[in-house]
Design a protein around this ligand. Sequence first.
Ligand SMILES: CC(=O)N[C@H](C=O)[C@@H](O)[C@H](O)[C@H](O)COP(=O)(O)O
Length: 228
Amino acid sequence: MTLKLTNLDSLAGQLVVSAQAYPGEPMRDPRTTAQVAASAVIGGAGAIRVQGIADIQFTRAAVEVPVIGLWKDGHDGVFITPTLRHALACANAGAHIVAIDGTRRPRPDGLSLAETIAGIHAESNALVMADCGSFDDAVAAVEAGADLIGTTLAGYSGERPKTEGPDLELLAEIAAADLGKPLIAEGRIHSPAQARAAMDAGAFAVVVGTAITHPSTITGWFKAALND
Ligand SMILES: CC(=O)N[C@H](C=O)[C@@H](O)[C@H](O)[C@H](O)COP(=O)(O)O
């Protein structure tokens, strides 16, 4: 069993890099994910976030920093590590932290968020990051026992508008409420300035995915600028 990550303080102020390729994409290969993750660590990433059981296993073998693991099943509704079964599979694959859907929506296995988190804590050493979509989600997730709160689903769960960059307003609102758990800024952080702004809004750490690890999207940004 993976050793428990006992001190989250080491993540304070860190850049977490999310390395994910989507179904059918050329980089959808756990070896590639692990190589991208190791490259991000060389650049200073303090933790890595990856999707899929094999990606978690390969990445754990490739980096020394904490690994946040998730399992996406589907692409709408509750799809980020939707059930306790998915979460325990991520933990068993070696994730130090398991990221799960942390919204107040019904879960496919009928368990509550609190029951899901309790099950992960009881049956693994993993900590739980609740991927939230709103302030009310964040409050409920802390009450349900989450170890970390992420703004991952802001703009994707129907409760918040999909802001152009990070949802700084939501971040500031959650930070001001001082819920007692580390607040992770995640979602649409596309530049170093936006990462800084997320920290300044009160985040404990910042996750950047697409802007560092998704070349086809980044290429599209440059291409669009040339075509404007
Ligand atoms: C909503 C959803 O499915 N988010 C996923 C969660 O793991 C990933 O697709 C994102 O890439 C990740 O959250 C990082 O965000 P961004 O790529 O915007 O930096």
